[in-house]
Write a protein that binds this ligand. Structure first.
Ligand code: NDP
Length: 318
């Protein structure tokens, strides 16, 4: 039972590798630089790694780069994609690695006869970013698609990268008869295995690291361990199909800050929005479809707590 995880040193992928090893899989894990201890040491020290983890060098932007990582695998989990917002060249830094990278990985899959199913880590960013109105009675579900023009108008390059990458993935899968399932998580939090700070963990860190303001935004939130369990279930459950949105709870940053304050009364938590506009509206994300995978969610309070404990332990908290 050999599977491939792309972008294995990342926040989500590290947990995915850990859970796959725990379940007995042999994992071919792609990383950009297998010689960089910051990107690989936490993977090499996972239980089962010395027997069943194989690190393979691959880059999203190099054609054919994933051939050897994917060759001989029964399942492929494509998680690698840049996730950050600060960019001077969105095409080169975000859009190309996301879109061309996804096609590159899928192309390697189409060259083998062993791959049974491909799981692509998409995002709620590819689902909910459009001009449809929001409100507490609005339920976002898997039938929604983000609007690429709307992303571009708002210069939301990361969101655009995920939207275009998922679109490209579905088209390629249809044309090449690949069994594709996408996992579309909201903001992912939880314990960090990797030594570096990733964007969604930073969203929590920013609330407790001295800033008095929080973004005036409402997002869905979900635990990294549940996200990885969902990836594995999407591979293992024969009836899994299409897209799966993953959200434990939708919360404005103000309510997230409130939960942190209740959990940690002595920590200084950001307590006002970063702008004077009305608070961003609420919405819901459907939990119906994911029930078919048999996933149960970790309560968000627990996820927030372990995130903060982990950020402290890794030395990120002032
Ligand atoms: P990380 O930043 O921790 O991981 C991103 C990974 O992508 C890293 O391993 C990085 O490699 C790899 N990568 C980036 N560019 C390239 C490239 N050119 N070639 C090869 N690998 C590359 O992010 P997350 O773990 O948070 O994100 C993983 C996936 O989950 C992404 O697809 C992201 O869009 C998606 N996602 C994340 C959410 C979140 O809240 N965290 C929410 C929804 C979706 P390296 O380590 O070498 O830099």
């Amino acid at each position: 039972k050999t599977v491939c995880v792309t972008g294995a040193s990342g926040f989500i992928a590290s947990w995915l590798v850990k859970l796959l090893l725990h379940r007995g899989y042999t994992v071919k894990a792609s990383v950009r630089d297998p010689a960089d201890p910051k990107k690989t040491e936490h993977l090499r020290s996972l239980e089962g790694a010395s027997e069943r983890l194989h690190l393979v060098k691959a880059n999203l932007l190099e054609d054919g780069s994933f051939d050897s990582a994917i060759d001989g695998c029964v399942g492929v989990f494509h998680t690698a994609s840049p996730f950050y917002h600060d960019t001077t060249d969105p095409q080169a830094e975000l859009l190309d690695p996301a879109v061309k990278g996804t096609l590159n990985v899928l192309n390697s899959c189409s060259k083998t006869s062993t791959v049974k199913r491909v799981i692509v880590t998409s995002s709620v960013a590819a689902v909910a970013y459009n001009e449809r109105p929001r409100g507490s009675d609005v339920i976002v579900d898997e039938t929604w698609f983000s609007n690429a023009d709307f992303c571009e108008q708002n210069k939301s390059w990361y969101v655009l990268s995920k939207t275009l990458a998922e679109e490209a993935a579905w088209k390629f899968a249809k044309d090449h008869d690949i069994d594709l399932v996408t996992i579309n998580p909201a903001m992912v939090i939880g314990p960090l295995l990797q030594p570096t700070l990733n964007t969604s963990s930073e969203a929590i860190l920013n609330l407790i690291n001295g800033s008095s303001t929080f973004p005036n935004m409402t997002f869905g939130w979900v635990d990294v361990r549940d996200v990885c369990e969902a990836h594995i279930l999407a591979y293992e459950v024969p009836s899994a199909t299409g897209r799966y949105c993953l959200v434990e709870r939708v919360l404005h940053y103000s309510n997230l800050a409130k939960i942190i304050k209740e959990l940690y009364p002595s920590i200084q938590v950001a307590d006002k929005p970063a702008d004077d506009k009305p608070l961003a509206p609420d919405f819901q994300v459907s939990k119906e479809k994911v029930k078919g995978l048999g996933l149960t969610y970790t309560p968000l309070e627990e996820s927030i707590k372990v995130t903060i404990e982990s950020l402290k332990e890794k030395g990120f908290v002032n």
